[in-house]
Design a binder for this molecule. Structure first.
Ligand code: 4AZ
Length: 265
């Protein structure tokens, strides 16, 4: 049994190295599965926000990069063994403030995961691209967001959003957003260690405010530009444990190159 586990843990398939989702692990350890000080926000205020559905159910958040490409977290499109899930099980809901209706629902044609992503533990490269089966119709509720070119300063205000777990311990039907502040690498590494908190991650926190389970893959935004993708954390709004995000500035080149390739498939 132990051998099987160890063997499984060392396996890496199709770009998602095997793992147990660290966020779930942490949530279980902490028993603190809740957001987090947000407020209901209309999709018009965050029109790049999308919902990723797995077999019709809310799974994760995502971000509109272009009319046919969505950015999300790698762990959102992998199973707990680290395999890339069949893209056919996913749909993306765009242009709606509510998770269970409205806007349009579009089928996923293809997913790609950063080839350096590992699921156990999640540390860096928690980023994936989704190719939609038909192009988005852009409008006031459906817009792409530019990728940031520089990392915000420590302390800068950033907005994170999604339909993830709220204070009442349930996923929200209504889109919520919350303002948090960039936390220095030093402070974040005090919680998670320097091995995990590298240049490829960015951390944010504020008292009583955070992203949480179900927000993964969603946007962290500074001044109208995408700076992070919701990745993981110990608990949610747990003092001393900032939310950890994939650092979009460092992953920008990968996104641009892979999106170009993906769009021409
Ligand atoms: C999760 O489980 C998760 N507080 C996402 C973000 C955070 C914690 C957990 C950050 O998807």
């Amino acid at each position: 049994m132990l051998f099987t586990l160890l063997a499984l843990l060392s396996v890496s398939t199709f770009g998602c190295a095997l793992h147990l989702p660290i966020a779930t692990e942490f949530l279980l350890q902490n028993g603190n599965n809740r957001i987090i000080g947000g407020k209901d926000t209309p999709i018009e205020a965050i029109p790049w926000q999308v919902l990723l559905l797995n077999q019709g159910r809310h799974d994760c958040g995502g971000v509109i990069y272009s009319k046919n490409i969505i950015i999300t977290a790698a762990h959102c499109v992998c199973d707990t063994y680290g395999n890339i899930l069949d893209p056919k099980i996913f749909d993306v809901r765009v242009g709606s403030s509510t998770s269970n209706n409205g806007g349009s629902v579009i089928k996923v044609a293809k997913t790609i995961v950063h080839d350096r992503f590992t699921l156990y533990p999640i540390t860096e490269y928690d980023i994936a691209l989704i190719l939609l089966s038909s192009p988005l119709e852009m409008g006031p509720t459906v817009k792409a967001i530019p990728l940031a070119e520089s990392v915000p300063n420590d302390g800068a205000a950033v907005l994170v959003s999604g339909w993830g777990y709220t204070e009442i311990g349930e996923a929200s039907l209504q889109l919520k957003s919350v303002s948090v502040n960039i936390v220095s690498r030093e402070e974040c590494a005090r919680a998670y260690g320097y091995k995990r908190i590298t240049q490829l991650t960015i951390c944010a926190a504020a008292p009583g405010k955070d992203s949480c389970g179900g927000d993964s893959g969603g946007p962290l935004v500074c001044e109208g530009e995408l700076v992070g993708i919701v990745s993981y954390g110990i608990g949610c709004a747990e003092p001393g444990y900032p939310g950890v995000y994939a650092n979009v500035v460092e992953l920008r080149k990968w996104v641009e190159e892979e999106a170009t390739k993906l769009s021409s498939t």
